[in-house]
Write a protein that binds this ligand. Structure first.
Ligand code: SF4
Length: 286
């Protein structure tokens, strides 16, 4: 039976992007190819905040400290915290989802498969999970990805049945698939050549709806976003583009959100909030 290493599994409201405000189950997989230690730091500097957290002190994910710099979901990929993320069978994951859904079944809720980087290690397991009989009512899925991984041949075949409805797929299993691509700009601390992969995102567009979401704090970040957008468009990307303020904690978010909204308006781009920050202080499980 397939197993997936799960950092978090919780029910909340989607705070970002296309499905902002939609009640959603979040499945946070373990593992990422990046560290994004540059977020919230002066350009060229990397955060040590998460590195200074002693994993020995924590036995429960929810007790982990929040960080104001670097990746706000550090425990979903840092090997020092890997023991907090159990390897669960797809059956066990589905049972847990049924427990946290308000009606014990899928109705109008949406599933967010996030990370870490959800396309890094688990593409082989998703068909097992998503084809489980109890997942039948699920109609909308988002993969929150950094946009650097190819889809495997097998996973593409699986997604193809939903996008094109062209084989004998059970009608109850047709899904609307979204790739929410948070491409990492230099303010993340990741090198451009590793992070900006337009051909990958164009491939996602063949199997679902894809959009780009850039985390922004300064005008300099916006100039990087403009350069990246030009590269994605040149490669044939046709989807929407969102600007989202940096800030996994309230004070950082509050310093940025209005300016980023104004920047988005000025340039005719979409603004994505981070509703989980003002609503829930971005605590674990929100
Ligand atoms: S890609 Fe996302 S999960 Fe991975 S390190 Fe960067 S912010 Fe964190």
């Amino acid at each position: 039976m397939s197993k997936i290493k799960i950092a978090e599994l919780f029910y909340s409201i989607q705070g970002e992007g296309r499905y902002m405000g939609v009640p959603s189950v979040f499945l946070r997989t373990f593992g990422c190819n990046f560290k994004c230690a540059g977020f919230g730091m002066p350009r060229g500097e990397l955060s040590e905040e998460a590195n200074n957290i002693d994993p020995i002190k924590y036995t429960d994910y929810k007790m982990l400290p929040l960080v104001s710099t670097g990746c706000d979901s550090y425990a979903s990929w840092d090997p020092r915290f890997k023991d907090l993320s159990p390897l669960l069978t797809t059956d066990a994951i589905v049972e847990r989802i049924m427990e946290i859904l308000p009606h014990g079944e899928w109705r109008d809720e949406h599933l967010v498969i996030t990370g870490g980087e959800p396309l890094l290690g688990w593409q082989k397991q998703y068909p097992d999970l998503l084809s489980h009989p109890k997942m039948k009512g699920l109609k909308e899925i988002t993969f929150e990805t950094n946009g650097t991984f190819r889809l495997t041949k097998e996973f593409k075949q699986y997604l193809h049945t939903w996008k094109y409805h062209d084989v004998d797929v059970d009608v109850d299993f047709w899904r609307d698939v979204t790739f929410s691509v948070s491409a990492k700009l230099p303010c993340s601390g990741e090198p451009w050549s590793d992070a900006i992969k337009p051909e990958r995102v164009c491939e996602y567009e063949e199997y679902g709806t894809a959009y780009l979401k850039f985390v922004i704090a300064t005008e300099e970040d916006f100039k990087d976003a403009e350069r990246a957008i030009a590269e994605y468009r040149a490669a044939g990307f046709t989807g929407h583009v969102y600007l989202m303020p940096v800030g996994g904690v309230e004070n950082v978010y509050a310093m940025n959100n209005r300016n980023v909204a104004l920047l988005a308006m000025k340039h005719g781009l979409r603004y994505s909030d981070r509703l989980q920050v003002p609503l829930f202080k971005n605590e674990w499980g929100t």
